[in-house]
Design a protein around this ligand. Structure first.
Ligand SMILES: NC(=O)c1ccc[n+]([C@@H]2O[C@H](COP(=O)([O-])OP(=O)(O)OC[C@H]3O[C@@H](n4cnc5c(N)ncnc54)[C@H](O)[C@@H]3O)[C@@H](O)[C@H]2O)c1
Length: 290
């Protein structure tokens, strides 16, 4: 298969390229070669490459900065996917796009989790632009997969696991938010979910796609440190306490980022537990350093 990857220098894209490498022709592009906000560029590249699949890993991912940069974030997260969808349709390519738990309100009771078709009520600029992107695809083509993920981390980049490892190794105690609930998701596992979906030709549509199991940033941090034998006291704090302690302003974070994977599981897609993903990630990151 011929696969066009956009945003190919990003964290998820790295894993996507690796997962699809064997037996496929990968055309990797980032903003210089293919700026997804530029309709003409999108049309030109897609009509020249004529891919079987486009995997869109390009996005404006700075959640806090987006609050001040609605227009730019919306061009990338909203208009970009629409441009890809329109061009994909003209050459008969299928589109894979990545969205987020931020399309939901995030204040659902934490004894529950979000199904794909639960009400969308994004409260951040980032969430609003990502929802706009989903709609741009749905309105312009039929042969698409949209995978909504959350709490993503991966090899190579800066991420929550690395930050906590560093803090835990240099401080006696750290404060971590304990009232936000979700599923830490290893980018490699998400790339594999995408791979399985394409291989199995599951029905087109929108799917929640994170690692299995739910936790909090506090419990996640304890696991990150435990796995590496790092001794550091971890204090649970509420989001409000954290914001006051750190004297920061930030975009509203969802308290409930729990996404039900029943739709994917029913189709036979294998999804590892988040603790299992973390173990494999730490091993891989260690091997990378050696
Ligand atoms: N990181 C998370 O926790 C998280 C959570 C939920 C959903 N997501 C979604 O997962 C996807 C992948 O996220 P990531 O963390 O790998 O992103 P990333 O920030 O690591 O990479 C994004 C890439 O997009 C490229 N890009 C930006 N503007 C572009 C443009 N106009 N044209 C082409 N490329 C452009 C950047 O250069 C970068 O290489 C995104 O759609 C993101 O919204 C991420």
């Amino acid at each position: 298969m011929k696969i066009l990857v956009t945003g190919a220098n990003g964290m998820l894209a790295k894993e996507v390229k690796k997962r699809f490498q064997k037996g496929n022709e990968i055309i990797a592009t980032d903003v210089e070669k293919l700026d997804i906000t530029n309709e003409k560029m999108v049309d030109d590249v897609i009509s020249e490459v004529k891919p079987d699949y486009i995997i869109n890993c390009a996005a404006y991912t700075a959640v806090d900065k987006a609050e001040e940069n609605y227009e730019l974030a919306d061009r990338i997260n909203g208009d970009g996917p629409k441009n890809l969808a329109k061009s994909a349709k003209t050459v008969g390519a299928k589109l894979v796009h990545i969205s987020t738990d931020y399309v939901f309100g995030g204040d659902l009771d934490v004894s529950k989790d979000y199904d794909e078709d639960d009400e969308k009520e994004p409260v951040t600029v980032y969430g609003k632009t990502k929802l706009h992107g989903e709609q741009g695809i749905e309105e312009n083509m039929d042969e698409y997969y949209i995978f909504r993920t959350a709490w993503l981390y991966g090899v190579g980049g800066n991420n929550f696991v690395k930050t906590m490892t560093k803090l835990g190794s240099t401080r006696d105690e750290i404060n971590v938010v304990s009232d936000q609930h979700g599923s830490p998701t290893y980018a490699k596992d998400l790339a594999d979910i995408i791979y399985q979906a394409i291989e199995k030709k599951i029905p087109y549509g929108i799917y929640n796609a994170t690692n299995q199991g739910y936790t909090t940033w506090y419990e996640f941090t304890k696991e990150i440190l435990k796995e590496q034998g790092i001794k550091c006291k971890v204090n649970p704090v509420t989001t409000e306490e954290y914001i006051n302690m750190m004297k920061i302003t930030q975009a509203k974070r969802p308290f409930n980022s729990q996404l039900s994977k029943n739709k994917l599981l029913k189709l036979g897609i294998q999804i590892p537990e988040w603790k299992d993903g973390l173990k494999r990630y730490l091993k891989e990151e260690k091997e990378n350093e050696e």
